[in-house]
Write a protein that binds this ligand. Sequence first.
Ligand code: ARG
Length: 569
Amino acid sequence: MLDFKQEIAKMISKTIDMNENEIKEYIETPKNLEVGDYSFPCFRMAKELKKSPVEIANQIKDNIKIDNNIIEKLEVLNGFLNIYLNKETLVKAVLQEFDKQRENYGKSKIGEGKNIVIDYSSPNIAKPFHIGHLRSTVIGASLYNIYKALGYNVIRINHLGDWGTQFGKMIEGYKRWGSEYDLENNPIDELTKIYVRINELCKEDKTVLEACRENFKRLEDGDKYCLEIWEKLKNLSLKEFQRVYDILGVSFDSMNGEAFYTDKMPEVVEILERKNLLKESQGAKIVDLEDKGMPPLIIEKSNESTTYATRDLAAILYRSRTYDFDKCLYIVAYEQNLHFKQVFEVAKLLGIDKKYTDGLIHVPFGMVRLKTGKMSTREGTVIKLEEILNESIARAKKIIEEKNPDLENKEEVAKKVGIGAVIFNDLSNSRIKDEIFDWDDMLNFQGETGPYLQYIYVRTNSIISKIENIPNIDNIDIKQLTNPVCIDIFKLAYLYNDIIVQASEKNEPSIISRYLIDLAQKYSNFYNDNKIISDNAEESKARIYLTYMVGSIIKSGTKLLGIEVPNKM
Ligand code: ARG
């Protein structure tokens, strides 16, 4: 598609001593679109050119040879050169590109040949899949879609928490009270009860805590009895997790969890030892990170059992060799910021190629809070994700029953709406923000929600289903689409690919969420003020095509978030 920024940069470059691509970098989209479609700030070159920003902006304005096909007019405002595009050219460019690409509009191939590993979801075996893991799952799944849309090769890894001292505890609890609990029918709830109970006992009795640590050590040494219990707990848990993944429509390329790295950790210890990086501290082996301003990273505990961090280091080695990644993203709550900072630092010390250590990225996100406060497995105050999803579906169903009792496939629509609401709620704000869970907000059909996007899509779809053929763009009178409201929609449509790229660069699906809400609201305003299909054939044709395009982008964008749209609701 026509690259307006590039064209503008080309014109500007002929008036000042600065190269085209650098100029392009500087060109921005003003927050307030009333002051122009693009803006070139002249502050940074003021010093070098020994002129005020206003003078520079005027100099460009006076000397530039405008291609009227691209630029409609220029204005100087407070050191900015504001640029207004030729509206017809904009509309035409978008229409042509969209018409060519249709459901692929916005996608590209910039990632071809590059490998992205995404480590996400990663719940812990024998513990509930809770609302905190939902965020990781939903963000990770969306980033997968986003990178895919840009042509990257993406590897989805569920780094299951299936190893570690908590298994020492689970095994101890299971040994003591396993037969008292109904593990077959309700495994995770019952295992959670055991886990809460054994934790309490550990607090009271240090010898029990010691026994738990010992169990994990035995597990690592391959003790048959311990391994058998571990295997059993793992299979019971995976079955329950799979139910949630099925509801969400999420899948993985690898389920290699922490246990997978048992036999890969000695290499890490060996390298660290060889490089003289391991220190003894109270019987444990640590890597000192004081000069990096961080606490030491424990590689081996005093009873020789390994740690979460050591497994992450082994995983980095393994993933660099297996996937030759350009980026390896860890979608994990910000609570683990320090963990990843330490691990990435030690990965460098290990001597792993810079290509890989540069690509290690912790993608943190905020906590999910209930109105009553934080959740913790240890205290047993957890809401299970499966319950949340089912509750959301039930609530969506109730709303549909009230609003549209005759709708066909109510179950299916309720499922899309209920799950869409939960997913969108998770992705609607910048991920680092804590999220408060509120049913009424997230299911509000008029708010900035998943159901709202679905509702606007359904409106576009209902118009499109009334007509026989999508109009041919060659027969569309462009002037019908150059009024301010339509232009705003076309400007957004023009930016769609840019938005996807930005979302990938910042690993931030909310960039797409915000964009879609903006697009849907603008279209909704247009729809409320204008008849789409009227007696005026020229007008109708143009507006139908606009409707079709907006619906298509909403559908494609929500899909990037992991949300499906119903055809009716
Ligand atoms: N299982 C961990 C947890 O629930 C998350 C694991 C994240 N991935 C990783 N490679 N450390 O907190």
